[in-house]
Every structure is written in structure tokens, then in C-alpha cells.
Design a protein around this ligand. Structure first.
Ligand code: HEM
Length: 364
């Protein structure tokens, strides 16, 4: 007798770690089969690395972008899956940038993150390109590089699951989630020219003690004021689960916050973003944090449940016009490893091809 149980989610609701690796990948035409092969093996690969570093609490979440979903999966689609919606405010823009797959790898040890990332990218060699790579680190007591504690008002426990995980509203994809990522670069010199009081007015919280400013003094265009949403008409909270991490490169001078927000519907995160970039109700009064923070990436992914990943449905059928597009005598794919564009999944032909992903060692 089988017992019905709720779908097991991926490790969406785990505590903030000291290290994280964010990888955004695009999948080459013909690379779909390599991705499909890997998805059911992700859990086992995570276990292999995690078991060697038992204190690390290694977790990996994979997200699938809207365009890849249609190439990868046959059958029904998650109800709210769509590409990231670009926002153009009077002063600031939230760009949409390419992304077919997100790997959100986190642990208490950077070596564990590295090892799993290297293993996964080696498996995907020739099938994907890494379009963004960010190594996040904990900065003292969970502060961002602006010096403020980041993550305090995250929902916890059952509230976090209610905020982040799809339920009966899309039963086929219950236990899944939607995730939006954006990489923000900070102008730290400009930020440091502000007084602490001005910085606190931008965030809406005190800097040292991390207390929310009283309503009477919290500016309407502070970050907290614009990202706090009223509950839905039925009284349910509209929250997201954030796992932001700071990152830095002294070589490029890029320092910032990698924003990552999970939610059972992208609409909640999108409303927060609209408030930040366009102003609440479109009044044009943007989030003060944006004056020192520039969004340089933006992508949206569906995060299937762990059960879905373990046994994804049958592959999407190749396009009906495939043969007309690429007759059998078509020449092989270009030297950079791209497939011939024949619409087939052609993993056999991909295996020996070159890659833009580095040849990571995976043994320790
Ligand atoms: C430059 C990028 C960002 C930085 C540095 C940043 C930083 C912070 C900080 C310091 C807080 C206050 C402490 C806390 O509750 O976590 C906060 C709160 C929050 N942020 Fe952000 N954040 C960024 C981007 C975003 C984005 C893009 C969103 C949503 C789309 C967002 C949503 C929220 C929410 C929902 C809260 C809690 C508001 C409340 O209920 O008090 N943040 N953020």
C-alpha cells in the first residue's frame, strides 16, 4: 500500500550559511539531454560531497528558467513560470539577463561548495555555458557590505515554508518554489559619504543594533518600507525567503549583494521589485538603496520539488519541423561545442566536444 505524502521540497528552507556559490547557466542547443541526465543524480552527488564534509551542511537547489522548461520537459508547466520581467523606473533599471539553470549551492565551508560546483559543471561540460558566477561569503554577523544585518525579517519554520513553497494552488508542482536572483553592485564610496543616520533612513533599520525604525521616522522610500507588503485579502502574509550573500572582487572593484528570494509565487517578489524601482503604486519614489546599488543581472527560475527532480517526466518532443531545419547530411556543430541545431537531444555527439567551462579537478 502506498501512503500519500506531501512532495518533498529541495533544500529551499535551510539556514543562512557562511559560504555560497551561485551559478547561472545557459544550456546550449542540444545540451538538454545532459541536463536531464543530471537532474535525478543531483541528490546523490550532493550526498557524495556532503558526506565527506559532515559539518558543512552542504545544500544545493536547482532552478529551471521558463525557456529551458519548454525545451526540457514535456507535459504541464508550473502555473506562474515566466521569464524575469525587466523594470525601467525613472532613475533605475532592473535588467533581465540570460539564465536557463540556477545552481544555488551553500555550506558552512567554501571547499564543499567548490567541490560540488566543480563536479556538476564537469558533468555538464559541453552542454552549458556559465553566464554568471558569484561566490558569496558571510560578512560578520550576517551583514551586507553596506554594513547592515541582512535577513532579519525572513519568515522562519512553518511560516517560511508557507511563504516559499507551492501548495494546493498548483497541486502538480506542490513542494516547488519560484526564485528570483539579481546581482547588485554597490557604490561603497558613495555609501560611505553618507552619515549613519542617512544610511539608516535608506534601509529603514538601525545599523548597529538592527532595529526597525519607528513608523513615524521610517521614510516611505526606505528599503524596508517598500519591500514590506500588506497581507493578502484573506489575511495571509505575502513574504519571501531571502538568502542574500555579499561578494567582492578587489581585481575588478566589484562589490555587492547577491539577492536571492524564494516564493510560492513570483508575483510577491515582483511586487516588491516594482515598489523598489517604480515606487509604491508607481509613484516614482524609488528605493533609496538603489542610489548606491545597481542591478546588473536578473533571472527567474522554477524550483521543482526534490521528488520531481528524482523522476522528471518524459522529455519534450523535438520540434515538428526538426527535419526540415536540419537534413540528415547537415555538417557537424561548430568548433565551440554547440550542437548542430537539429532539434535532437544528441547527447552522444556532445560528449566529446570542447567546453567553455573549466576542467575542474573533482578529487580531493
Ligand atoms: C541591494 C540589494 C539589497 C540589499 C543590500 C538588501 C538589504 C536588506 C536589509 C539590510 C534589510 C533589513 C533586514 C532584514 O529584514 O533582512 C532588508 C530587508 C528586506 N529586503 Fe532587502 N536588500 C536588497 C534587495 C532586496 C530585493 C531585490 C528585495 C525584493 C525583491 C528585497 C526584499 C526585502 C524584504 C522583503 C525585506 C524585509 C522587509 C520587512 O518586512 O521588514 N531586498 N534588505
Amino acid at each position: 500500500m502506498t501512503v500519500d505524502r506531501p512532495a518533498v521540497p529541495q533544500a529551499v528552507n535551510t539556514p543562512l550559511t557562511t559560504a555560497a556559490q551561485f551559478l547561472v547557466l545557459t544550456v546550449r542547443p542540444g545540451g538538454e539531454a545532459a541536463v536531464r541526465e543530471l537532474l535525478p543524480e543531483l541528490a546523490g552527488l550532493r550526498r557524495s560531497v556532503g558526506f565527506r564534509a559532515p559539518q558543512a551542511g552542504l545544500a544545493c537547489v536547482v532552478g529551471i528558467g521558463a525557456e529551458l522548461w519548454d525545451r526540457l520537459v514535456g507535459g504541464p508547466r508550473p502555473a506562474r513560470l515566466h521569464p524575469f520581467q525587466e523594470l525601467h523606473g525613472p532613475r533605475h533599471t532592473a535588467p533581465a539577463t540570460p539564465g536557463d539553470l540556477l545552481l544555488h549551492i551553500r555550506a558552512e565551508q567554501q571547499d564543499a561548495c567548490y567541490e560540488l560546483a566543480a563536479l556538476l559543471l564537469t558533468r555538464l561540460r559541453g552542454a552549458v555555458d556559465v553566464v554568471d558566477e558569484t561566490t558569496g561569503f558571510r560578512y560578520f554577523d550576517k551583514r551586507d557590505l553596506l554594513g547592515f544585518v541582512d535577513g532579519t525579517e525572513n519568515p522562519e519554520g512553518g511560516e517560511a515554508e508557507a511563504a516559499a513553497l507551492i501548495g494546493a494552488e498548483d497541486a502538480e508542482f506542490a513542494g516547488g518554489s519560484y526564485v528570483i536572483v539579481q546581482k547588485y553592485l554597490h557604490d561603497l564610496s558613495a555609501w560611505e559619504r553618507l552619515t549613519v543616520e542617512q544610511q539608516e533612513a535608506s534601509v529603514g533599520r538601525t545599523k548597529l543594533s538592527d532595529l526597525e525604525l519607528p513608523e513615524a521616522v521610517k521614510p516611505a522610500d526606505s528599503h524596508v518600507a517598500l519591500t514590506e507588503l500588506d497581507p493578502a485579502a484573506d489575511g495571509t502574509e505575502r513574504q519571501i525567503l531571502r538568502m542574500n550573500m555579499p561578494f567582492n572582487s578587489f581585481a575588478t572593484g566589484e562589490a555587492g549583494t547577491y539577492f536571492i528570494g524564494y516564493c510560492r509565487t513570483p508575483a510577491v517578489t515582483e511586487e516588491m521589485l516594482a515598489n523598489m524601482f517604480l515606487g509604491r503604486d508607481g509613484d516614482g519614489r524609488h528605493d533609496r538603496l538603489l542610489d548606491v546599488s545597481t542591478a546588473v543581472t536578473g533571472s527567474l527560475f522554477f524550483v521543482p520539488s526534490a521528488d520531481w527532480l528524482a523522476a522528471p517526466p518524459a522529455a519534450a518532443a523535438p520540434p515538428a519541423s526538426a527535419e526540415a531545419v536540419a537534413p540528415p547530411a547537415a555538417p557537424p556543430g561548430p568548433a565551440d561545442g554547440r550542437a548542430a541545431g537539429d532539434g535532437s537531444l544528441g547527447i552522444g555527439s556532445l560528449k566529446g566536444l570542447g567546453s567553455t567551462t573549466p576542467d575542474h579537478p573533482t578529487g580531493a
